[in-house]
Design a protein around this ligand. Structure first.
Ligand SMILES: NC(=O)c1ccc[n+]([C@@H]2O[C@H](COP(=O)([O-])OP(=O)(O)OC[C@H]3O[C@@H](n4cnc5c(N)ncnc54)[C@H](O)[C@@H]3O)[C@@H](O)[C@H]2O)c1
Length: 251
């Protein structure tokens, strides 16, 4: 098993990509902390893992709230003694509003969940990781980390920020035994993309069929890379950002 006894927190793992990462980590022997702001969703993921005879607990946390992130890390340490792996997965797409119509509240909410939360969670988890001189942080960016027209303005800015955050944090923490990498998913078959595809004028709709893969991805296809990045198989990989997008970003 690639992650035996590693303690892994996955934010936003009540659904979609986060849920599949949580399940995949548990299968590889990790002690998984499922977290989401929707309790029923997170409890459901945890149940799935526990019913497979694997280790997981649920801790409710809204990553837009600093006190919830503090509590998430504290509850993890109380239960499992440490934090080895942090996956900053929770994210929201925000709207596609034109410049005039983007409210400060909408802008701030997307930034709080998509960009500030990875910073805060990494900062607080680092306290634990630095005690052992080892740790692993995986940030879930997006094809909107690299290109425009894949989301609204706040989303695109936040996900470009996730890429910069990944690189700079990797630069800062690599010598202290902590690897930081990013996964940049293309359109993945989750509730988020279903909501996006329901907007007919959204550019994602126009291009999925024309991409090399010609289809949306499955969340399990992101989870496989997350396992690789969290494990020693990727020991020489620092500050990288992998597009898992069916070729969606190359054109
Ligand atoms: N699905 C895609 O096509 C796609 C593409 C590129 C990037 N991503 C990124 O992947 C990540 C996961 O997306 P997904 O498709 O699984 O989305 P999803 O909407 O299916 O699931 C997101 C989960 O995060 C939780 N969440 C949302 N806001 C939260 C908050 N404030 N605190 C805690 N939990 C919160 C939700 O309750 C949900 O369980 C996001 O960062 C998203 O931006 C997704």
């Amino acid at each position: 098993m690639k992650l035996l006894d590693k303690v892994a927190i996955i934010t936003g793992s009540g659904n979609g990509i986060g849920r599949e990462i949580a399940k995949a980590f548990a299968k590889e022997g990790a002690k998984v902390v499922v977290s989401d702001y929707i309790a029923e969703a997170g409890i459901e993921t945890t149940k799935m893992i526990n019913e497979a005879g694997l280790e997981a607990i649920f801790v409710q946390a809204d990553v837009a709230k600093e006190e919830d992130i503090e509590n998430l890390i504290a509850a993890t340490v109380e239960k499992y003694g440490t934090v080895d792996i942090l996956v900053n997965n929770a994210g929201i797409s925000g709207g596609l509003a034109d410049l005039n119509d983007i409210s400060i509240e909408d802008w701030d909410q997307v930034m709080a969940v998509n960009l500030r939360a990875p910073f805060l969670a990494s900062k607080i988890a680092f306290r634990e990781m630095s005690k052992k001189g080892q740790g692993n942080i995986i940030n879930i960016g997006s094809m909107a980390s690299l290109a425009a027209g894949r989301g609204g303005l706040p989303y695109t800015v936040s996900k470009h920020g996730v890429l910069g955050f990944t690189r700079q944090l990797s630069f800062m923490l690599g010598s202290r035994g902590i690897r930081v990498n990013a996964i940049l998913p293309g359109p993945i078959d989750t509730d988020m993309i279903k909501r996006v595809l329901a907007i007919p004028e959204h550019p994602v709709c126009m291009k999925i069929g024309a991409s090399p893969a010609g289809r949306a991805g499955q969340p399990e296809e992101i989870a496989k890379l997350a396992v690789f990045l969290a494990s020693e198989d990727s020991a020489f990989i620092h500050g990288a950002a992998y597009e898992v997008d069916g070729g969606y970003t190359i054109f």
